[in-house]
Design a protein. Sequence first.
Length: 171
Amino acid sequence: MLSLGVILPLHAEEPPEEADAQLVLTFIEKYLPSIQQDLKTVASTDGEFYEEIIERLFEPASDQDVARQHYPQQFAQEAKILEGEVQCEILAWKYQLAPTTEEKLAIQKSIEELVASQFERKLKRDQSEVQELDVELTRLKELIQQRQANRDVIIQRRIKDLTGERDGLEW
C-alpha cells in the first residue's frame, strides 16, 4: 500500500531549495489546506522549524502526482493522515511557546483530540490494508493449488520450451 505519510526526520540537514519549497507549498495549498495559516505563523516566528516542516513534506509532495493518479483513495487517506501529523507537530510547537498554563491546557486538549483522530485514521487505513492483503493471499493460495494440480503439465511445457520441442498446440 502506498504511504505518503512516510515520516521523515523533523531535522532538516540543509535548507530546502526554493523550487523544492514552492513544490511543497503548492502541495500544501492543494491537499493540506488546514495547515496553511499555522504554517505562515511558524514561518514568521521560527524559520528553522518552518524549514523542518517543508523538508518533511518534500518527499510526499514530490511523489503526489503518481500517487494521486494510481492510488486516488489511498492518496486522499494518506494526505489526511499527513495533514494531521503536521498539525500535531505545530500544536506541540505552540504548546512549547504558550506563556500560560491555561493556554497550554487548551493546546494539550487539542493535541489529545487530534492524536485520537489520527489513531482512528491510521487504524482504518491498516484495517483496509489487511483486507486487501487477505484478498491477495486468497488469490495466491488458489494459484498455488492450481499449479500443484497441474504440476506435470507445467513441467512438461517447460521441458518442451527448453528443448525447442513443438507439439503443435501453440497459438
